[in-house]
Design a protein around this ligand. Structure first.
Ligand code: TYD
Ligand code: MG
Length: 457
């Protein structure tokens, strides 16, 4: 960036790529027509503020052994599903980004967090740049009893917000949403890369400086990233995505990044009339309504973080009327399904070339873990042969290009989950049979290849 006082720079609104010239296509993320001119004031001085408040005194490095290991303090949100995704509760002074499609329930979730925190005696400030006080009140009425001490502020000016947080010193702050916030120092429109970056920077300083936990709501673009900048993701401590089918009632909160816990944990919620309710047993929820004795349907097991989830895989294979068969995958990777069908064709001699095939993960859940390969393969073959798989059977395993069934991690937990839900047989990779303990009450069948698995249908 040039040194001048007022420089204009072009930013890609998708990935934050910075350029001195306008460009038709972003070299970073290859999006077309995403560059927007933004004015950047006095770039030179920023970032030169001393790290410690006291001028001239350089902070000393610590020895690792000198760092005290007090037990990390966590604020429980009273919602087990959320606590799990956060890694055991809210860390004081943390900055958390909650992303998701508009209307998925981000504001509802965070208002419920406010409710729980407030009832626990914490001071909470909810800042909305999208809704009026009345609208928030209406939502709060739906959710239920509030203690009455929750502080609301409808504001989008960053300076005002900064001062308010300084004055009130709350324990937790909700910013709904980052795309509406603007700083007067940045001339670009709210929601643009430089505004979002500036605002997040300010919230980061506030969170660390005052030890407040801040939750930022971020809307997601069509492409599935938080609108505008990836920059936002690496600035915050924790990134949670709220996803789910808008037509189905359940919602999944997925941890994508977490500096205080493991990622890839999920929390499952159900959107009800009176807000979000926690779903403690997602497998039961996912398998609700599974048809009995139907061909093309099988239960598979996927690990989401530390939790096994059973889900129904459905396939429909039928003769194709046109030259090019139609293939579709809902809830899983389309290319992966094509690959598995090619494996079936070549390694197991199943003639799928003249068939349309549709694969669907029931309930609208999205899973890309390879452990559901075996389930997909068996569902396709079951539909192709028009022969149902036993209803009390669960299958999991990764399928390789030679048609081999490869081992998957945490077989024990998956089998345990199947047992808990009353399944009687597990079809698993033979290599995973080793080291299994305490699995009486459920039959395990090891398979080495897709042929072995198909012979069981
Ligand atoms: P909202 O939290 O406003 O979504 P976001 O902040 O992510 O844009 O949720 C909006 C949807 O949730 C809306 O379609 C109505 C539905 N909803 C319920 O079904 N029950 C409820 O109790 C509430 C508050 C919302
Ligand atoms: Mg909202």
């Amino acid at each position: 960036m040039a040194k001048g006082k007022n420089t204009t720079v072009f930013f890609c609104q998708e990935c934050g790529y910075e350029s001195a010239k306008w460009m038709g296509q972003c070299p970073g993320c290859k999006t077309w027509n995403s560059f927007v001119e933004e004015r950047v004031t006095s770039g030179g001085k920023k970032g030169r503020t001393p790290v410690s408040g006291i001028l001239g005194q350089r902070p000393e490095p610590f020895r690792l052994s000198q760092v005290s290991m007090d037990k990390e303090e966590r604020i429980g949100t009273g919602m087990k599903e959320l606590d799990r995704v956060l890694g055991g509760g809210i860390v004081p002074g943390s900055l958390t980004l909650v992303g998701g499609d508009p209307g998925i329930g981000k504001s509802t979730l965070l208002l419920q967090v406010c409710q729980k925190l407030e009832n626990g005696g914490y001071k909470v400030l909810y800042i909305s740049g999208e809704e009026s006080l009345k609208q928030i009140k209406i939502r709060a009425e739906r959710i239920g009893e509030f203690g009455g001490n929750l502080l609301l502020l409808c504001e989008t000016n960053l300076d005002v917000i900064k001062e308010t947080i300084h004055d009130i010193k709350p324990d937790a702050v909700i910013i709904d949403s980052i795309q509406t916030m603007y700083s007067e120092e940045v001339s670009a429109a709210p929601g643009s890369v430089s505004q979002v970056r500036e605002s997040t920077g300010v919230f980061l300083q506030l969170a660390k400086g005052l030890n407040v936990s801040i939750f930022i709501v971020g809307h997601v673009t069509k492409e599935g990233t938080v609108a505008g900048p990836r920059v936002l993701e690496h600035m915050v401590d924790t990134v949670l995505y709220f996803e789910g089918d808008r037509h189905a009632s359940y919602r999944i909160l997925r941890g994508v990044k977490n500096r205080f816990g493991s990622t890839n944990e999920i929390g499952v919620f159900e959107m009800r009339e009176e807000g979000l309710a926690e779903v403690e047993n997602p497998s039961e929820f996912m398998l609700d309504g599974k048809p009995e004795g139907a061909s093309g349907s099988i239960v598979a097991c996927s690990m989401e973080g530390t939790r096994p989830i059973l889900l129904e895989i459905q396939a429909l294979v039928c003769g194709s009327n046109f030259g090019i068969p139609r293939r579709q995958a809902i809830g899983t990777d389309f290319n992966r399904v094509n690959l598995l069908m090619a494996v079936l064709e070549k390694r197991a001699g199943i003639q799928l070339a003249g068939c349309d095939a549709y694969v669907n993960l029931a309930g609208g859940i999205k899973i890309t873990e390879p452990a559901i390969d075996l389930g997909i393969v068996m569902a396709i073959v079951s539909s192709f042969k028009n022969r149902a798989v036993d209803d009390k059977t669960v299958a999991f395993g990764e399928v390789g290009l030679s048609g081999e069934v490869r081992g998957v991690s945490m077989a024990q937990q998956r089998i345990q989950e199947a047992k808990k839900l009353g399944f009687t047989t597990c079809i698993i990779p033979s290599v995973s049979l080793k080291g299994l303990k305490n699995i009486d009450g459920i039959r395990t069948v090891g398979v080495k290849s897709v042929q072995d698995a198909i012979s069981l249908i």
